[in-house]
Design a binder for this molecule. Structure first.
Ligand SMILES: Cc1cc2nc3c(=O)[nH]c(=O)nc-3n(C[C@H](O)[C@H](O)[C@H](O)COP(=O)(O)O)c2cc1C
Length: 182
């Protein structure tokens, strides 16, 4: 089993990327191969001007790192009560309809504020459901991320750390049982 952890922003020094790296270690502790892919590396310059539906080598290389695995964990920061625009741009350059079809997906929200990207994650779930992904129902929200997450130590709040661990273990079982089989 191999999964992708997609860091959902191109903001340099983002919490999303730090969290993604900690989540990768958690999956590896369960014996699952995990790769972190950061939207910092999305080839924005190659899609300037709107090149929807065209074969763009850099975009294909980037997206295959995300979608050619058994499952995707999306780490979603909250920007203006929603998810970052780069995340939607990435989705708009996925091949339709097959890219997320029956793809197991799990979500982690994180925000400086009190809502922990709840709206951002729910809006993203709606889009991924539209693309017929299999959505793992147990989400994790890191509210006030600067107090509950430490770059070195990971999630410092014991309740949230426990929820994260449950999501990791549960998502592995979900991929094993649901996969793309249904
Ligand atoms: C453009 C922008 C918009 C933001 N809007 C919100 C917001 O609506 N609510 C909130 O709690 N935090 C907001 N933040 C702060 C982020 O939640 C904060 O930077 C957090 O660390 C997650 O983002 P990161 O992964 O880029 O670090 C915003 C940050 C940026 C850069």
């Amino acid at each position: 089993m191999k999964i992708t952890i997609l860091s959902g922003t191109d903001r340099p020094g983002s919490r999303a990327l730090q969290i993604s790296r900690h989540v990768k270690s958690a999956y590896e502790r369960h014996g699952v191969e995990a790769e972190v892919v950061s939207l910092e590396d999305f080839p924005v310059a190659s899609v300037a001007g709107g090149r929807y539906g065209e074969a763009i080598r850099e975009v294909e290389a980037f997206r295959s790192r995300v979608i050619d695995t058994d499952g995707i964990v999306m780490v979603v920061p909250e920007y203006n009560g929603s998810f970052p625009g780069i995340l939607k741009l990435f989705i708009d350059y996925l091949p339709f309809p097959e890219a997320l079809m029956k793809k197991p997906m799990a979500f982690i929200g994180e925000a400086a504020g009190a809502f922990g990207a709840l709206r951002a994650v729910e809006q993203m779930q709606m889009i991924c459901a539209y693309r017929n992904a299999h959505i793992y129902p147990e989400r994790v929200f890191l509210q006030r991320v600067n107090s509950v997450f430490d770059h070195q130590k990971g999630i410092t709040d014991p309740v949230l750390a426990d929820l994260m661990e449950k999501q990791v273990a549960g998502f592995i079982r979900f991929i094993a049982s649901v996969g793309r089989n249904l």
